[in-house]
Design a protein around this ligand. Structure first.
Ligand code: PLP
Ligand code: COI
Length: 341
């Protein structure tokens, strides 16, 4: 298989159409077998449930070329399970976990020529998604759905790659208590668009959302969870019912404890205590580990001692170990790596 001739090293996080995508239809209460197709366009009723009532959810994972030339993806079973949980919350039909993983493998295999080479700094982003497609005018769930997967080669989510970013404390909330913050519903991202546009306009890279009930605790950003490193090297991550259970964060907490021998803690993190931490980073599939140099809370600057030039020492160790596992240079825990054959 010959790779596409793309400028892998200078890719941003953008959409580029690849050759094949997977589509499965839910009708008469069952999923069909699904197939790989070439057409990237979707035709639907003007009254499709997704268009009127935003009944849609998605997932995000990546495929990597390993140092020894294999193509792998990272913990796709956890994305499958998270979408299964999201669908239950959104009254959507659940796509079986094993079928989801099979479909990811098939789609990546069909777009192998777009998986960026090892060491290029780019990866193949995989986007599974589902939406209600039949016309619905009274507010109720759709009866017909499509589950789809497309892939697109991507570079770093934040411009500048591993350079520390600056984020601001948002005046907007991301998720209501007992709302949908803990699932990957499209609506969570729709409501974040105004906040991200205004953050960018004011020169910030992202928003830090607070817990909506008390606005005293750190939740997450629009597309990643937080990790904080204490001055005695403990890895701390916020605990909340309204943040997305990041697969990267769960993996990093395991890596911190079992590969790096660090103490880890998942607990409520107060905005007031951020000045006590030595390092801060965002973690997620798209963000990987993005160091945060500064958090601005209405003019008050919280500057982490790791600074604005490079990643903190522990953040760097976590980054190296996680990406080493993903790229096959460090042995992975059992079941974490799914080879595309
Ligand atoms: N939080 C939000 C709101 C996200 O959109 C994402 C991205 O999927 C994450 C966290 C990170 O999750 P994961 O590590 O599973 O990609
Ligand atoms: C991901 O990391 O896969 C996401 O879905 C986050 C999104 C903001 C790109």
């Amino acid at each position: 298989m010959e790779k596409k001739n793309l400028d892998w090293a200078n890719m941003g996080f953008g959409y580029r159409k690849t050759d094949k995508r997977f589509v499965s239809t839910f009708k008469d209460n069952k999923w069909d077998e699904g197939a790989l197709i070439e057409d990237d366009m979707i035709t639907m009723s003007e009254c499709a449930c997704v268009l009127q009532y935003a009944q849609t959810c998605f997932e995000g994972l990546k495929a990597y070329t390993t140092a020894d030339g294999r193509i792998v993806c990272f913990r796709p079973d956890l994305n499958a399970q998270r979408m299964f949980d999201t669908c239950a919350r959104l009254e959507m039909p659940q796509y079986p976990v094993d079928k989801f993983v099979e479909a990811v493998v098939k789609t990546v295999k069909a777009n192998e020529a777009y998986v960026p080479p090892y060491g290029s700094g780019a990866t193949l982003y995989i986007r599974p998604y589902m939406f209600g497609i039949n016309p619905v005018i009274g507010v109720k769930p759709a009866d017909e759905y499509q589950f789809r997967i497309f892939t697109t080669p991507v570079g770093p989510y934040f411009k500048g790659g591993a350079k520390p970013i600056t984020i601001r404390v948002s005046d907007f909330d991301r998720a209501a208590p007992r709302g949908t913050g803990n699932v990957k519903a499209g609506l969570n991202y729709a409501m974040s668009l105004h906040a991200i546009v205004s953050a960018h306009r004011e020169g910030f890279d992202e928003n830090l959302y607070l817990d909506p009930a008390t606005r005293t605790k750190v939740e997450e950003t629009g597309g990643a969870n937080f990790l904080f490193i204490s001055k005695d090297n403990k890895v701390v991550t916020p605990k909340s019912d309204s943040i997305l259970p990041s697969i990267t964060r769960r993996s990093l907490m395991y890596v911190a404890e079992n590969y790096l021998g660090l103490e880890v803690e998942q607990r409520e993190v107060y905005l007031d205590e951020l000045t006590d931490f030595a390092e801060c980073c965002l973690c997620g599939t798209a963000a990987v580990l993005s160091p945060v140099g500064k958090i601005v809370d209405h003019g008050r600057e919280i500057c982490f001692p790791s600074g604005m030039e490079k990643m903190g020492t522990i953040t760097q160790k976590l980054y190296d170990t996680l990406t080493g596992i993903q790229m096959g240079t460090i042995e992975a825990p059992k079941g974490w790596i799914c080879e595309i054959k």
